[in-house]
Write a protein that binds this ligand. Structure first.
Ligand SMILES: Cc1cc2nc3c(=O)[nH]c(=O)nc-3n(C[C@H](O)[C@H](O)[C@H](O)COP(=O)(O)OP(=O)(O)OC[C@H]3O[C@@H](n4cnc5c(N)ncnc54)[C@H](O)[C@@H]3O)c2cc1C
Length: 391
């Protein structure tokens, strides 16, 4: 364990900032404050649908999610985190995806996941009864994947961080930052006393680019608006829907994403891991779902699950994916300033990536680098693909 007396201020108390703070405290840092402009999980973290899964193709994508899942399993065992293992299915209508799915099973096996496999259309019908499989060719499936509630997860991370001596300063909006002649950060917060810091962590999620600017830096994070809606099943059905996401990583086309919620509701949204939408200013993000989205998703649901035609659509909402140009998070410092560590860009996977982002971010704060992840250079803040056109 590394003891660290430096004053570390984390900006943003979403799941990512809290994961950095928790990781730092576990590793012996003594002086950590996590600040938030509002409160714990005031941003995207409480607006997610909370799926946690490992069904990806690139080793770094799988490795990061396996680490996240290990943490969640520990939190379930030791702190009663509510994690529903209802399985995760990535169905496809295209034959060319089958090879990718088979490769994913191999990559997952390399990282210790032994229950992922490729299902036939007939097997999909068995694990996801309301799904129309007539045009599906296969599905990537792991029965022990599942979902959690982002707000409860963030609250638990906050409680664990404070129990180890970390401090959470809610209602602390960073509005300015300067460095004094000794290289120490002087941070200003709206209507609150300032703070001094030796290291600042930018974990401001969709606000990351404007927070970077306050800190005299830049970071390529674009907030993109994504919406979700509940499907009211009316009564408790005799089936349970796993997480079903008809999006294949690497694609720029949105895919329908569905999961059970409680007993008689489903959550539905449109998912994409690539940056395809215009920037939405976080201060102007309409939190209600649009009519056009509701109509579009209703049509997609009818196509994929025609037996749900009697169900109504309920409450809809919108939040922001913090997207990067190449779809990988940005974690680390630039060579010009090791006292500023960015831990940003979880995109539409920030809940499931938060543990790995937190661990890698803590490595950068404590050691000035990280070797945790296979192909971890893909998360480096100065990688070439941030200025190129993507993966
Ligand atoms: C509809 C929807 C569905 C999703 N579904 C999933 C899913 O199934 N699985 C998954 O893994 N991910 C999902 N996501 C993505 C996930 O929610 C995000 O990637 C993740 O929550 C980002 O976490 P974060 O901590 O980086 O950002 P946030 O949770 O947004 O936290 C950033 C924090 O920074 C604070 N902040 C901003 N500016 C300042 C400032 N100046 N001073 C101090 N504090 C500041 C904000 O108040 C905020 O609390 C979904 C997102 C949406 C919108």
């Amino acid at each position: 364990m590394t003891a660290d007396d430096r004053r570390i201020v984390v900006i943003g108390a979403g799941v990512v900032g809290l994961s950095v703070g928790y990781s730092l405290m576990k590793r012996g840092a003594k002086n950590v404050v996590i600040t938030d402009r509002e409160h714990v999980a005031a941003g995207s973290s409480a607006l997610s649908v909370g799926m946690v899964e490992t069904q990806f193709f690139d080793p770094v994508d799988v490795h990061a999610r396996v680490l996240g899942r290990e943490m969640i399993d520990r939190l379930v065992a030791d702190h009663e985190l509510h994690f529903v293992r209802n399985g995760f299915l990535r169905p496809t209508t295209k034959n060319e995806h089958v090879e990718l799915f088979e490769r994913s099973v191999e990559v997952q096996r390399d990282f210790g996941v032994d229950d992922a496999r490729v299902l036939t259309a007939q097997e999909i019908a068995e694990v996801a009864p309301p799904v129309d499989t007539s045009n599906l060719v296969a599905g990537l499936w792991r029965p022990s994947d599942g979902y959690l509630d982002g707000y409860l997860y963030a609250s638990l991370l906050a409680r664990l961080t404070t129990s180890l001596g970390g401090r959470i300063a809610q209602q602390h909006r960073l509005v300015g930052a300067e460095k004094n002649s000794a290289g120490c950060w002087q941070l200003s917060f709206e209507g609150k006393p300032g703070m001094e810091a030796d290291v600042v962590v930018n974990a401001a999620g969709p606000w990351a680019d404007s927070v970077a600017e306050l800190l005299g830096s830049t970071v390529e994070v674009k907030p993109e608006r994504h919406q979700a809606v509940t499907i009211e099943l009316g009564s408790t059905p005799d089936w349970r829907l796993p997480c079903v996401v008809e999006y294949v990583p690497g694609s720029t086309e949105d895919g329908l994403s569905l999961r059970h919620e409680g007993t008689h509701q489903l959550f539905a949204c449109l998912h994409n891991e690539r940056s395809v939408y215009p920037r939405t200013d976080p201060t102007e993000c309409n939190p209600r779902a649009d009519e056009a989205f509701i109509e579009a998703i209703a049509e997609l649901i009818m196509d994929r699950c025609p037996s749900l035609d009697e169900c109504g659509l309920g409450h809809g909402w919108a939040g922001l994916y913090p997207m990067t140009p190449d779809g990988y998070p940005i974690v680390g410092s630039t060579s010009s300033d090791p006292s500023l560590v960015h831990v940003v860009g979880g995109g539409g996977s920030g809940i499931q990536l938060s543990t790995a982002m937190g661990e890698v971010g803590a490595d950068w704060v404590l050691d000035g680098k990280s070797t945790l992840l296979t192909d971890g250079e893909l998360w480096h803040p100065e990688r070439a693909s941030l200025s190129a056109t993507g993966r």
